[in-house]
Design a protein around this ligand. Sequence first.
Ligand code: SF4
Length: 302
Amino acid sequence: MQLDLYVNTLGRHIKQHFSGRVRKLSVDGDFTCPNRDGSIGKGGCTFCNVDAFVKPQQQMMSIGEQLDARKAELKHKDIRYLAYFQAYTSTYAEVEYLRGMYQQALADESVVGLCIGTRPDCVPEAVLEMLAEYQAQGKEVWLELGVQTAHDETLKKINRGHDFAAFRKAVARAHQYGLKVCAHLILGLPGEEPEHYMQSLEAVLAEDIAGIKLHPLHVVEGSTMAKAWRAGRLDTMSQQHYVEQAVNLIRHTPEHVVYHRVSAHARPPVLLAPNWCQNKWLALTDIAKKLAFDGPQGSALS
Ligand code: SF4
């Protein structure tokens, strides 16, 4: 069942701007993270292990080589791409280094834009200005801000090193430059229940964000949470419960907001739990089926 019949997915949004398919390709700019190197914190967010989304061989390649390698893995060659700087904090470097990385991606003619994943406390003016320049040149630019929840108590518990006010400030500054912001939210963080998820959704929507990336908490090898999970101190959501919660949030999201992702995907041995995250299509199909029955994105707002 096709998700974009019921959800304003990134694919659906992009089709309105570019003819043909556009796909996100992850690249690694060899960044680090201030929540790991001691500038803001140590140990990182408790759910994080960046190895979960960086292929070891990627770290040895230039951005151009990574893009070529990722494209070679794909069946469909007739598409264009957004270069997705996902790993670590992709604005955490000197601005000239960042420019070099982003330029390498944009030098590929099939790359029509950038998605830059970062933290709310790591978006200096010079970076926002540079991203706005790319946007003014006609590139599709998304600033992806990890916030995970709007609840400061949870943010503290997961060692994010920032509060929700930092997210609000970052969004306001990005908007001054006319940039689109995508907020990451995780469902199932320790101590959170469905009412927390809805409050987080409402809080990020109140900041007039343009996109959301939603996924269930999944435990990856090497993270702090892996220890808690092994010790039986941490549970993950069932697929059915996640689907119910995700559908409820999507139905409470205005139609113009673009969903970059509505589930998670990882494989063992990196993925420890829940098992159902191994097969992203199962959850996506169930989400689409339930939306077809309950009503599409935004239908619970009317
Ligand atoms: S999730 Fe992002 S901010 Fe948190 S430790 Fe990992 S790379 Fe750093």
